[in-house]
Design a protein around this ligand. Structure first.
Ligand code: MEV
Length: 324
């Protein structure tokens, strides 16, 4: 659908994400659960008097025509939009800003791809459905992660908590109480594509064990939906601990992440803890006992610089218009 009149500038924002259960196995068709977090990426698109498409973030900048590794996902999203709708006649400028720590497993690249797809398409005068935005954002994610399941993009685009599989796509999980989770960044950045290939190797070495674990991960994800809707937080925690054990077995946890998970569990302030996202570094999440959440944060903040409590915002992609 085309929107009447092109705005002077369009800003789109999209949240980062955590995976509550089922990462990696979701790539092979299992169910998994992801949720948006209260940290967002913002992309502003405005017109320029030139002809080029320029991309800026902090002190970095690049032209769309430059084939460097810089902003490769963003460029792929923009190229996909230009292929479909034709490039704009005049130059545009894309400004990216994000409060999601990069390489931390919290979905910063998916949030930037979603916000880019939303802002650039709107600036070009197209009011796309979420499914179409997911396809364009997915092009960016594929260019950097190889074979992503689409769960990161879906969590960022739709917001809230979702049950996801490649076959069913995202299904919202209604939450009847506010949930707070602790996120702790290990300080070790990682590459999702390398970890996805490492899991592929484990799968080829031990195909039938892998298949059973993938089924168990799917089953645990469905159990977790029920545990959330019954408010059974101890069982949610137990399922998160189960998930950590399976992720460790497939080779994506590290000594550092195991120690961090143990540390949080030994506080006796939480029901469960696990790595979140691709692993190999990145972040862990923990489900605190509601009355102990702040105490847990204070304790862990003494040793880890980037630790914060997140709630689960319902707002996924959001668009704003303005005049620059
Ligand atoms: C990364 O956040 C989640 C993975 O399962 C990859 C994917 O599903 O695309 C590791």
């Amino acid at each position: 659908m085309t929107v009447e009149g092109v705005k002077e500038s369009v800003t789109a924002s999209a949240p980062g994400k955590i995976i509550i259960i089922g990462e990696h196995f979701v790539v092979y068709g299992s169910y998994a659960i992801a949720a948006a977090i209260t940290k967002r990426a913002r992309v502003t698109v405005s017109g320029t008097s030139g002809k080029e498409t320029l991309i800026f973030s902090n002190d970095m900048k690049s032209k769309l025509s430059e084939h460097s590794g810089r902003f490769s996902a963003v460029k792929e999203v923009v190229r996909a939009l230009y292929e479909k709708y034709g490039p704009p006649e005049n130059g545009i400028r894309i400004d990216i800003q994000s409060d999601i720590p990069l390489g931390s497993g919290l979905g910063s690249s998916a949030a930037i791809s979603v916000a880019t797809a939303g802002a650039v398409s709107r600036f070009m005068g197209h009011d796309l459905q979420h499914e179409e935005i997911a396809t364009f954002a997915g092009r960016g994610e594929k260019s950097v992660h190889g074979n992503p399941s689409g769960i990161d993009t879906a969590a960022s685009l739709y917001g809230g908590m979702i049950l996801f599989s490649r076959k069913t796509g995202p299904k919202p999980i209604p939450l009847n109480r506010a949930i707070q989770l602790l996120v702790v960044y290990s300080g070790v950045p990682r590459s999702t594509s390398k970890l996805i290939s490492r899991v592929g190797e484990t799968k080829s070495k031990f195909p039938s064990t892998f298949e059973h674990l993938a089924d168990a991960s799917s089953f645990a994800s469905l159990q977790l939906v029920d545990a959330f809707s019954n408010g059974d937080l101890p069982y949610v925690g137990a399922l998160m601990n189960f998930s950590q054990a399976t992720l460790s077995w497939i080779g994506v946890s590290t000594n550092n992440l195991d120690a961090l998970v143990e540390n949080v569990l030994h506080s006796a302030f939480c029901y469960g803890a696990k790595l979140t996202g691709a692993g190999g570094g990145g972040s862990i999440i923990a489900l605190p006992m509601p009355e102990k959440a702040v105490a847990l944060l204070q304790k862990i903040s003494k040793r880890y610089k980037v630790a914060f409590l997140v709630s689960i915002p319902q707002q996924g992609l959001s668009l704003e218009f303005g005049v620059r």
